[in-house]
Design a protein around this ligand. Structure first.
Ligand code: HEM
Length: 133
């Protein structure tokens, strides 16, 4: 995907808006049992997504691979499932299926990114010569 850096960063800022809104609600309504869900939305959603996007921006050769698009889908779907499970854990205090399914998908997404980053050879930097003014 050519614009995967933008897609990741835009998704990350979507997560930031959600995390900030959720944090505002939980603080204002004293629902501190949801603090960990809020933190996970911010860290797995906002921080990690923006970092993935910045890595794609810095290493453009990664985005040409089909694995980059697959990794984006796997990671973000995994985060949605995991966070839904985390909110339910904070609400009920007991583990649930969403958490158990989402966690390995998020881990798989992280492994896919590591594989992509390590396996794709870095493009050699071309020296550009600018004409003198
Ligand atoms: C408008 C933005 C935000 C508001 C209003 C907000 C509000 C809160 C509140 C009320 C708490 C609970 C404090 C307590 O338990 O005493 C909290 C905890 C926390 N927040 Fe935020 N937050 C915001 C943004 C963020 C973002 C963007 C991140 C991460 C990138 C983040 C990470 C955390 C963490 C790690 C905790 C500690 C959770 C814990 O102790 O279980 N917050 N926040």
């Amino acid at each position: 995907m050519r614009n995967i850096d933008k897609a990741y960063i835009a998704t990350g800022f979507g997560w930031l808006i959600l995390a900030a809104g959720f944090g505002t609600w939980l603080g204002a309504s004293a629902h501190f049992n949801f603090s960990q869900s809020h933190a996970h939305i911010g860290l797995l959603g906002f921080v990690a997504s923006v970092l993935f996007g910045l890595v794609h921006r810095s290493w453009p050769e990664l985005r040409d691979r089909w694995l980059a698009t697959a990794q984006f889908a796997v990671y973000e779907i995994g985060v949605i499932i995991l966070l839904a499970g985390k909110v339910m854990v904070d609400a009920t205090g007991v583990p649930n299926l969403l958490l158990m399914v989402g966690a390995p998908i998020v881990i798989l997404g992280a492994i896919m990114f590591l594989w992509l980053f390590v396996r794709v050879p870095s493009r050699s930097v071309q020296a550009s010569v600018l004409p003198a003014e």
